[in-house]
Design a protein around this ligand. Structure first.
Ligand code: SIN
Length: 303
């Protein structure tokens, strides 16, 4: 068996396959379906300071090659995460990456400093890329200035490995990635969802209450792969690839493009075993190719 272990900015992983924020809750439901111990890491649903109900329905719709969502960062809030969800996750000893979302710089600071005191949390993923909220989210991540504001504030509040999750809804992804790096990011994760919409022609109504939503799934994989490759070429930080990864073959493409780890998102809704099958498939591929260590595959695109 090849060596799948990975260390990213001090974050130690037994394998580089994580489950993506917002597609796995806080792990409770999935723990009955898969062995959470086998995962490289669990990235939580975005945590906000106060509980949020999220956007009114309909807020999910299936599309020909993926899905649109406009959840609006529904979650129980910081206190309940620490008191209830984190103790549950801690039982599995799989690294927990807390995804945080603030409406203001101050909220990001509070989330980062509070969660940094929790020893079960091994890294923070800063969500500056949600397209489904009025304040915060993509508003920060689509401008270099907004990116800098948030990343600097979070950096000052924590010594933990800091992952910044970028939005694809920008003209030049490398400009935002560079700004995140210069502001203190240790790792870049990308991409969050691509803005899209769907209409019911019979009723002429939007299929999503908030009209515009975030597209994920196989439809966005080529965009994600291109952006991961561009970012990996342009800055010297580890990159986590996200976007339409449905199986091991998809994941392998991201490693070859320069990712040091991947996150499985929409695939979890199609097959609860997708992340485990991806780990197994990566192993098989490395064995078949005689590659002893997954690190030997990163950024090896033959041009
Ligand atoms: C949502 O809760 O609306 C999705 C989260 C995200 O896109 O970051």
């Amino acid at each position: 068996m090849a060596d799948l272990s990975m260390e990213i900015a001090g974050l130690k992983l037994k394998n580089p396959v994580m489950v993506a924020s917002g597609t796995f809750g806080h792990g409770e439901e999935y723990s009955e379906l898969i062995d959470l111990r086998k995962l490289g890491a669990i990235v939580t649903k975005s945590i906000t300071v106060s509980p949020r109900e999220g956007n009114p329905p309909p807020r999910i719709v299936e599309t020909p090659a993926g899905m649109l969502n406009s959840i609006g960062l529904e979650n129980d809030g910081l206190k309940k995460f620490i008191e209830e969800h984190l103790p549950f996750l801690a039982k599995f000893k799989t690294p927990v990456i807390a995804n945080i979302a603030g409406e203001t710089q101050k909220e990001f600071e509070e989330l980062a400093s509070t969660l940094s005191k929790e020893r079960q949390v091994k890294a923070l993923e800063v969500n500056i890329s949600c397209p489904n909220v009025e304040h915060g989210g993509m508003q920060f991540g689509c401008s270099p200035v907004g990116t800098e504001e948030v990343v600097r504030a979070v950096r000052a509040a924590t010594d933990m490995p800091l992952i910044v999750k970028l939005s694809p809804n920008v003209t030049d992804i490398t400009e935002i990635a560079k700004k995140a790096k210069d502001s203190g990011a240790d790792v870049i994760s990308l991409i969050n969802t691509v803005m899209g919409m769907a209409i019911d022609a019979e009723t002429r109504r939007p299929r999503i209450n908030r009209i515009v939503a975030g597209l994920s799934g196989p439809a966005i994989k080529p965009i994600a792969l291109r952006m991961v490759w561009q970012v990996a070429q342009s800055i010297k930080l580890p990159v986590i690839g996200i976007g339409g990864i449905m199986n091991a073959r998809d994941a392998l493409e991201f490693f070859i493009a320069g990712a040091s780890a991947v996150q499985i998102g929409t695939a979890n809704f199609v097959d609860t075993q997708a992340s485990i099958k991806t780990i197994e498939g990566i192993n098989e591929y490395l064995d078949r190719k005689g590659i002893k260590d997954i690190k030997g595959l990163i950024g090896t695109l033959n041009k």
